[in-house]
Write a new protein. Structure first.
Length: 123
């Protein structure tokens, strides 16, 4: 029998190594979204902090990545979201924020995966 669908936070680099270049930031979001799509197709409910945070950052009046409105929302929303998730999937290269998500998941006793292939399919 296949396991129940999991609510999985996909955590990867957003700003790391980008110099805050919008095209590189978008590429990082796309990488997380592509992985999330695969998890969805495997029967899970994947989420990214960016999908929730970025529209709220904009609504809060952020003018650039890293300003006060960005800092108020970006990482805190991912932390709160992860508290509701069953697992985290860490992807990509160096990222202090994604590593913090892994540490939080472990502290909360949640499953941590480092490859989408390691996540069991659900249906």
């Amino acid at each position: 029998m296949n396991p129940q669908p999991l609510l999985i936070l996909v955590a990867g680099p957003y700003r790391s190594g980008t110099g805050d270049d919008p095209a590189k930031l978008d590429a990082n979001v796309r990488a997380m979204t592509d992985v999330a799509l695969g998890l969805f197709r495997a029967g899970h409910l994947p989420v990214t902090g960016e999908a929730l945070a970025l529209p709220m950052v904009e609504a809060a009046g952020s003018r650039h990545v890293g300003d006060a409105a960005f800092e108020e929302i970006f990482h805190p929303i991912a932390e709160r979201l992860l508290s509701r998730c069953d697992a985290v999937l860490r992807i990509g290269g160096p990222s202090a924020g994604a590593d913090a998500m892994v540490a939080q998941a472990r502290a909360e006793g949640k499953a941590v995966y480092f490859s989408a292939d390691a996540v069991p399919a659900a249906r």
